[in-house]
Design a binder for this molecule. Structure first.
Ligand code: E4P
Length: 222
């Protein structure tokens, strides 16, 4: 299983990377624009902080084929490894994914709104697929379609991994991990909500209070 953070906020990344076993981050043009920084400065901060094994996904902005290819090559060149271009599954995007696969550059196919488009992107050689879970749910039938995509790839013994994106709540994440999704990228608030039950603090406070009452201290040893 792979866990990604759907943010370019370096402070949030540093904090959550300590709390959880984070395999990397996903960004898109909107996420990078939100940092208020030059996009390459924002990405460089993540590169500098991460270990070489942690992956960074950065999306192309151009929509014409040559532009997509140029930007994908540029993104892949930003680090020796684990710098993965994200390409929306437009017709030009699908052409680019196919060509980049033949060059040995592995991509994440993004802006996926149907199991069929995701399956075709996998067939073109995408390493990861990012179905936009909540956006799909807004149109109706989203969860079933994403489950179908996971099943279709499994039935065909595909190596392509589904990296669920656009989550808005923990129920969506929970249901899709239970359905066999291989990876998720979580917005900061959803990541905290996954581990945010108030019962934990109540239990810990109770243990501390009982220990202090019995032994007069809040540590195991005096
Ligand atoms: C992945 O990085 C996607 O671009 C992202 O999860 C989309 O999320 P949104 O639907 O909240 O914009």
């Amino acid at each position: 299983f792979e866990l990604y953070l759907d943010t370019a906020d370096i402070d949030a990344i540093k904090e959550l990377d300590q709390i959880l076993n984070v395999q990397g981050v996903t960004t898109n043009p909107s996420i990078l624009a939100k940092t208020g920084e030059d996009p390459l400065v924002a990405v460089q901060k993540i590169i500098d902080y991460f270990t070489p094994e942690q992956k960074i996904f950065m999306q192309v902005v151009s929509t014409d084929l040559q532009g997509i290819l140029d930007e994908a090559h540029f993104i892949a060149s930003l680090r020796p490894k684990n710098m993965c271009p994200k390409i929306p599954v437009s017709h030009n995007g699908l052409k680019a994914i196919k060509q980049l696969e033949s060059e040995g550059i592995q991509c994440l196919a993004t802006s996926i709104y149907s199991a069929d488009a995701g399956f075709m992107a996998a067939h073109n050689g995408a390493e990861y697929l990012a179905p936009y879970v909540n956006r799909m749910c807004n149109y109706g039938g989203g969860m079933q379609d994403v489950c179908d995509l996971v099943d279709m790839l499994a039935m065909q013994n595909s190596k392509t991994k589904v990296l669920g994106a656009s989550f808005k709540n923990t129920d969506q994440v929970h249901a899709l991990i239970a359905a066999g999704m291989q990876a998720v990228t979580l917005p900061v608030d959803v990541a905290y909500n996954m581990i945010g039950h108030p019962g934990v603090k109540i239990a810990v406070d109770e243990f501390t209070a009982n220990w202090q009452k019995a032994y007069g201290r809040t540590t195991l040893r005096a």
